[in-house]
Design a protein around this ligand. Sequence first.
Ligand code: ATP
Length: 455
Amino acid sequence: MGDVVTMDKVVSLCKRRGFIFPSSEIYGGVGSTYDYGHYGVLLKTNVKNEWWRAMLQDRDDIVALDSAIIQHPRVWEASGHLAGFTDPLVDCRTCKQRFRADHLDQLQCGQKPSKRPGEGPDCDLTEARDFNLMFETTVGPVKESGATVYLRPETAQGIFINFKNVLQFSRRKPPFGIAQIGKSFRNEITPGNFVFRTREFEQMEMEFFVPPAEADRWFAHWLAERERWYVELGIRPDHLRLRAHDADELSHYSSGTSDVEYLFPIGWSELEGIANRGDFDLSRHAEHANEKLEYVDTATRERYVPHVIEPAAGADRATLAFLVDAYDEEQVEGETRTLLRLHPRLAPVKVAVLPLVKKDGQPEVAREIWADLRRRMQAEYDEGGSIGKRYRRQDEIGTPWGVTVDHQTLEDRTVTLRDRDSLEQVRVPIEGLGDELERRLRAPWATPKLAADPA
Ligand code: ATP
């Protein structure tokens, strides 16, 4: 059986279950802008926490940073964004739409969607011109006399400009890294595909500073590490690949870049870029700020500008990939069961506690169990509607385990523990339930979609 997932199904599940929905809907919406609801927040937070865990907890050579969104405008002069962070844009004089000149072959004409822009009989495209993707705003009380500043288009520059600070207080020496998660803003000409490309998004970026001679080795290290991260969190390995950029694709600063790509329903697309940036960033800021941004070894007096390996991921894009990879449908007793086979560590809710009926003392015991479990993990209590309907709801939000309290529970203090993926139900004592769930949560996990879908 092939993979049943489509982007439309994921979008509609996200809306139906309150993961992610179009922003400003009561005002008619603003294109390609989304808000995250309860389960979306929990899911994306888990994705970010897993990233932090991989950066900060599982190793001891990276420190965290949270830099400002609005930085000195000269940061963007030094980084090259002011001059070069542009996409080529064409306007259509007929339909008044704007298109990315380098994406015309994937876009639809504003009047005849079956045609590409420029192919329709009335299309009248302008010449391509460069369009800077940075959002501008003004700092200061009076717009006219204020200073123009920019909403950061990436989190990385906030790391480079703090290199000296961090070096001093963290007492690190290369190789070491600085990691940051935060919002970035790009005035994308053609955003789309749900949260794959939006104008406001969260990035998870890490700059790893190394002695120049070690750059190639660390580049290879981070390629492998970042690919492993997605696989460990349940992404099917056959839906993930590393793709090295061709020489003509490379950014001006990069001597090597590879993308981690995921096979979305829209085709193979970038999840994360891993670049060998050399000493470009530190040298540029050193020059523009007239500061020495280098490492001096106190023992050997050796001084050098570290080279940088950067894994740059998107939290929203990763969240979308996890959702797409987890989405599944199967036939159970003549009905279609829709579920998210999320890695338990990513699942918004780990366990749902459900009394079989809303009487006979069952809700009271179930609430007791819930109160105990929620001290350890995200747990939900639900007593409304038929048990089948409640299971379906939990399946759709990807809850890996369900605990059901029934009449036998009142007699022998046991409950049934239901597994989302296998639908197996086992009877277990209430005593030790929390330990058992924590054990399961720590265990390695692989999606059953792997076995079912060789495609
Ligand atoms: P793309 O080619 O898709 O525009 P990029 O190469 O410009 O991406 P980077 O500048 O390398 O992207 O940013 C690192 C990561 O940030 C991307 O791999 C992606 O996960 C995320 N990202 C970048 N732009 C967006 C966006 N507009 N919406 C959502 N996520 C984004």
